[in-house]
Design a protein around this ligand. Structure first.
Ligand code: UDX
Length: 457
């Protein structure tokens, strides 16, 4: 038993898969190092505790006691993401303070709170009130966080709000980003987006440490850039999901077996795996262009069409009748997959992705080349790094999606020489991701530092 056995870490994830998954992986890392972990979780999108028997779960209730959760009301489902995040933060601000106070008063010594960076200043105030040290988990990469931190400068210099006439202009202060790569998103309330970002950056700056799901060899310059501007200890200890005790923990359901059986029947590196993560949505017109482009490419594909991906549709009903049957075994539409397993399968030759940070890291760790179609915020920065810095992917801009372009890009991604050059770079980066978790690798050493840091509180 390590000295830390009786110390408790409280974790507070944001209730979306791209944020919850890395927080749970981090929780396992803490647990493995001898800490007990309590996860405070919003009543909205509550994860199933039976899947995570190592941790104690406590519900943070919404603020409408005895009534409906404001986040599950019809008006919430039509909000844009920025407005939804404001509602999320309002809904849980006060109840989180109460839940944290109850948890801290509960007897077992609490050594720190680890909260998602997007909860930001709300958790800062709550932690100060009860005298708990606070670290933040940034679930996006270091390069994109530095771009978020540069918002004031980007506004002063007129880069944002973005003007269509400047999309391809380089942002010299944030090389290699172009104006179109800046981490913004369409919203009815741009000022609210600025507030959320400012708050997130301030919340990280005032914390006692930033935990990052990235690794030094991948983002050294961005991490140095962050450290030169913010005097907060940083702990890049990723990729989280590749720490040994996170590897054994995948559970399989029937659908996963069906997908694996189908992948087993495909040629090596022949399949295009398509997924746009857990939040992005697309127009029906885009959905159809993608579907026809995939079909016309005649490459096998596995496409995660999450319910909610296609605006206004339940699932696949926009496809012409007979479309799925005609494709037969050549292509598969699914609602959700075990992405880690799919990317690790030898049949997968390319990942067409929205470039969410988790997806990016997961693809890097398996050496799979990417087709990059970022949708919003950090995904745009990640895409530029994938294409121009790490050189492990090709671009398919969302505004240029049509069936012919899709067909061309899909075919080139799994076949021609360009694909091979990219594949070589992918394998090199995969190896670097592996080495950082060796005993003397940077992420392992940073994890030791993180544990010492937390134990020093
Ligand atoms: C969003 C942002 O895009 C991301 O950059 C940020 O860091 C977190 O919030 P999301 O859009 O969901 O996340 O994308 P991503 O970061 O890629 O996370 C999606 C997660 O869901 C990944 O861990 C992926 O493995 C998982 N997933 C996705 C599945 O397990 N199955 C699926 O079918 C699709």
């Amino acid at each position: 038993m390590e000295a830390s056995k009786r110390r408790k870490v409280i974790m507070y994830p944001l209730p979306f898969p791209g944020h919850l998954n890395p927080m749970i992986q981090l929780a396992r890392i803490f647990h493995h190092r001898g800490f007990s972990v309590t996860i405070l979780h919003t009543s909205f999108n509550y994860p199933d505790p039976s899947h995570h028997p190592l941790f104690t779960f406590r519900t943070v209730p919404h603020n409408n006691e005895g009534g409906e959760d404001p986040l599950t009301q019809p008006e919430a489902s039509s909000m844009d993401l920025v407005v939804f995040i404001r509602l999320l933060r309002q809904t849980y601000a006060e109840t989180f303070r109460q839940s944290l106070a109850a948890e801290v008063g509960g007897g077992e010594a609490v050594c720190c709170l680890v909260s998602d960076a997007l909860w930001a200043r709300g958790t800062e105030v709550a932690a100060e009130e009860v005298g708990v040290r606070r670290l933040v988990l940034i679930t996006s990469g270091a390069a994109s966080f530095c771009a978020f931190a540069a918002y004031p400068l980007l506004r002063d210099k007129g880069y944002i709000p973005i003007q269509d006439s400047r999309l391809d202009e380089p942002v010299t202060e944030l090389s290699p980003l172009k104006v179109k790569d800046l981490p913004v998103m369409e919203t009815n309330e741009p000022e609210e987006l600025y507030r959320i970002v400012k708050d997130m950056v301030k919340g990280a700056e005032s914390s006692l440490g930033v935990i990052w799901n990235t690794f030094e060899d991948l983002e050294r310059l961005s991490l140095m850039d962050f450290s030169s501007k913010f005097h907060v200890p940083i702990f890049p200890i990723g990729p989280f999901h590749k720490h040994s005790y996170n590897l054994q923990l995948t559970t399989k359901n029937t659908e996963d077996h069906v997908i694996t059986d189908w992948l087993d029947k495909q040629d090596p590196q022949s399949v295009v795996y398509v997924s746009f993560g857990s939040l992005a949505d697309i127009e029906e017109k885009e959905f159809l262009e993608i579907a026809w482009g995939l079909r016309n490419s005649e490459r096998p594909f596995l496409w995660v069409v999450r319910p909610g991906l296609v605006r206004g549709a339940e699932w696949l009903e926009a496809l012409p009748s007979g479309f799925v049957e005609n494709i037969g075994q050549k292509g598969k539409f699914v609602k959700w997959v075990n992405q880690l397993e799919v990317l690790a399968h030898s049949a997968v030759g390319a990942f067409w992705t929205h470039c969410g940070w988790n997806s990016t890291l997961e693809s890097i760790c398996e050496g799979v080349p990417m087709i990059c179609t970022p949708c919003f915020t950090d995904q745009r920065v990640n895409a530029r790094y994938i294409i121009d810095v790490w050189r492990i992917g090709i671009e398919l801009e969302r505004s240029k999606i049509n069936m012919r372009e899709v067909e061309k890009v899909v075919v080139s991604s799994v076949l021609v020489e360009e694909g091979d050059r990219i594949r070589e770079m992918c394998l090199k980066l995969k190896e670097r991701a592996r080495v950082c978790l060796d005993k003397d690798g940077s992420s392992s050493k940073n994890l030791d530092k993180l544990v010492s840091h937390v134990l020093s509180f």
